[in-house]
Design a protein around this ligand. Structure first.
Ligand SMILES: Cc1cn([C@H]2C[C@H](O)[C@@H](COP(=O)(O)OP(=O)(O)O[C@H]3O[C@@H](C)C(=O)[C@@H](O)[C@H]3O)O2)c(=O)[nH]c1=O
Length: 181
């Protein structure tokens, strides 16, 4: 298991060691001690989530505010997604900056999304199963979001707009400038 830097302060990628043989593959997907070493954070993950999506499904950009903010450790168990994060911590040197990485069942990469980041992903394969750990519970009243195609953020989702499948809720999200962070 190794830690790979991203340009956004506090966020990093985890690459597990993958063992391959005639049966398939094996890899460790989470180790508490390694995670603490990589993140420097001693806070337990308290909720695991999973979603399944078809090609073109875009979920995001989401975050929870204040005391209910969540850090997430995300990965694609099946298929491939483009995962996108935006640093929305006003006091951060990388405030407003974004980073994206392809996560797949081939590269086995995981992305650590710190508290104070907006997060989203789009499915690039026919189907994806996306799994993530959260260090705070889901709280509907703390949910916030930013519209995926905000012109200021100018995120590249790699697919044509006509291919995207987005929930009504996500299509109504505000621009970055108007979002209550
Ligand atoms: C996220 C979440 C949703 N739900 C419910 C609310 C709703 O009825 C249904 C679907 O919720 P959503 O449409 O918000 O699901 P989704 O769009 O997949 O939301 C997720 O998107 C990605 C990008 C994230 O970063 C996650 O933190 C989360 O916000 O599931 C829970 O019960 N617990 C949860 O933790």
């Amino acid at each position: 298991m190794e830690r790979i830097e991203t340009p956004l302060a506090g966020s990093f990628i985890i690459r597990p060691r993958v063992f391959e043989d005639e049966r398939g593959i094996f890899c460790e997907t989470f180790k508490d001690d390694k995670f603490k070493e990589f993140s420097g954070i001693d806070r337990p993950f308290v909720q695991d989530n999973q979603s399944a999506s078809t090609y073109g499904v875009l979920r995001g950009l989401h975050f929870q505010r204040g005391e209910m903010s969540q850090s997430k450790l995300v990965r694609a168990v099946v298929g491939e997604v483009l995962d996108v994060i935006v640093d929305i911590r006003r006091d951060s040197p990388t405030f407003g900056q974004s980073f994206s990485v392809r996560l797949s069942d081939k590269n086995h990469l995981q992305l650590y999304v710190p508290r104070g980041f907006a997060h989203g992903f789009v499915t690039l394969s026919p189907r994806s199963v996306f799994a993530y750990k959260c260090d705070n519970y889901y709280d509907k009243s703390s949910e916030g979001g930013i519209i995926y195609n905000d012109p200021e953020l100018a995120l590249d989702w790699e697919l044509d707009a006509s291919e995207l499948i987005i929930s009504e809720k996500d299509l109504l999200l505000p621009k970055f400038q108007d979002a209550s962070l």
